[in-house]
Design a protein around this ligand. Structure first.
Ligand code: GCU
Length: 346
């Protein structure tokens, strides 16, 4: 079992905390007071909504997270991952987590942008230099602590942390786009967010906001001419079957976030919360490790299915998108977050 030594240590710590609580007559977890009494804590299975397939690194890492958490909390906390948009689309996840209908979800940065526009900063081109830079930022409490906690009062949502989406590139049904000119007049699916709409407009194409789960049929039926994503989603969602021309525009490195209902999180005892945090850290580390190897597999798989991947004039795409920084950084808090991220770059 992954990280078994560390998890064993956490489990031991949790058991010690339980024993202590029992000796001191603690009334138990579930009230967030830091006590943890085995008798009074009912096992909780948290629902986690995911729009990716079971072969995607997010599913693999989150399943392992659930196993680690159950083991470390002696079964008090479990996670059931619902992949393939079974619980709806990301735009609905935010409301469902807020209402406590589901406990956890993976949502893309542009979805959170619709709740707090500081999140726009995570989707700007050139904000991250590399996946390594991105992941060090997304796990740096100093840089992201405030924005991750910003929805707790208003929406009962806590952002636990981030996962990389890797570099996103454009793919079309009919041709490689060597420069932004190649996208002229093309209807390109975007995530439902102002910054993604602005991005496709800046490239001279026509943005069509659409849920992730609808992209395949949108491409197949010709409602859209193309989309943009990383190689892994391109492959695991089978978009290559209907849009086989993948142009390496690498216009930005995307971010996903794990969100949780704040009341659920706060109902964990201190020891269980520590196990949750440890399990999450192991999950995003595993996800980051898997990213490169799964990307290679996705490219091979899509090529075998008839897709073409081509290097294009990615600088021309980055140049076309640079004005977005001025267009979308409009508040002091966005500027402060952007500056804090850039200050961590090499
Ligand atoms: C990526 C990302 C998802 C997102 C999707 C999209 O696959 O990981 O969270 O929903 O892009 O384009 O909608």
């Amino acid at each position: 079992m992954r990280k078994s030594t560390r998890i064993a240590f956490i489990a031991t710590t949790a058991i010690a905390a339980l024993a202590l609580a029992a000796c001191s007559g603690g009334t138990g977890g579930g009230d967030g007071g830091g006590d943890a009494s085995a008798e009074s804590v009912e096992p909780t299975t948290m629902k986690l909504a995911l729009n990716q397939a079971q072969t995607h690194p997010s599913f693999i890492a989150l399943e392992a997270f659930g196993e680690d958490l159950a083991e470390a909390t002696d079964g008090r906390w479990n996670i059931e991952v619902y992949p393939d948009s079974q619980l709806g689309d990301q735009a609905e996840y935010i409301q469902s987590v807020k209402d406590g209908v589901i406990d956890l979800a993976i949502v893309s940065a542009p979805q959170l942008e619709n709740v707090n526009d500081d999140f726009v900063v995570f989707s700007l081109p050139t904000v991250f230099d590399s996946i390594e830079h991105q992941m060090s930022v997304l796990s740096d409490e100093e840089v992201v602590g405030d924005v991750y906690a910003s929805l707790e009062e208003s929406d009962s949502i806590t952002v636990v942390g981030g996962l990389t989406q890797g570099a996103r590139s454009v793919y079309l049904k009919d041709k490689i786009a060597d420069t932004p000119d190649g996208l002229e007049g093309k209807k390109i699916r975007v995530q439902e967010s102002p910054v993604f709409i602005g991005m496709i407009n800046a490239l001279g194409a026509s943005p069509t906001p659409m849920a992730f789960s609808e992209v395949y049929t949108g491409l197949q039926g010709g409602v859209i001419d193309g989309a943009e994503n990383n190689e892994i989603s391109y492959f695991t969602q089978k978009h290559y079957e209907v849009a086989p021309f993948f142009s390496y525009t690498r216009h930005l490195i995307g971010a996903d976030f794990l969100i949780i209902n704040t009341d659920t999180l706060e109902s964990m005892s201190d020891a269980d919360r520590a196990a949750f945090d440890e399990g999450w850290t192991a999950a995003w580390e595993q996800h980051t490790e898997l990213w490169n190897s799964e990307t290679e597999k996705a490219i091979t798989g899509a090529e075998e299915g008839g897709a073409t991947f081509e290097e294009v004039d990615s600088e021309a795409f980055v140049d076309a998108l640079t004005p977005l920084l001025d267009e979308f950084i409009t508040s002091d808090s966005q500027q402060a977050l952007y500056d804090a991220i850039r200050a961590t770059a090499e």
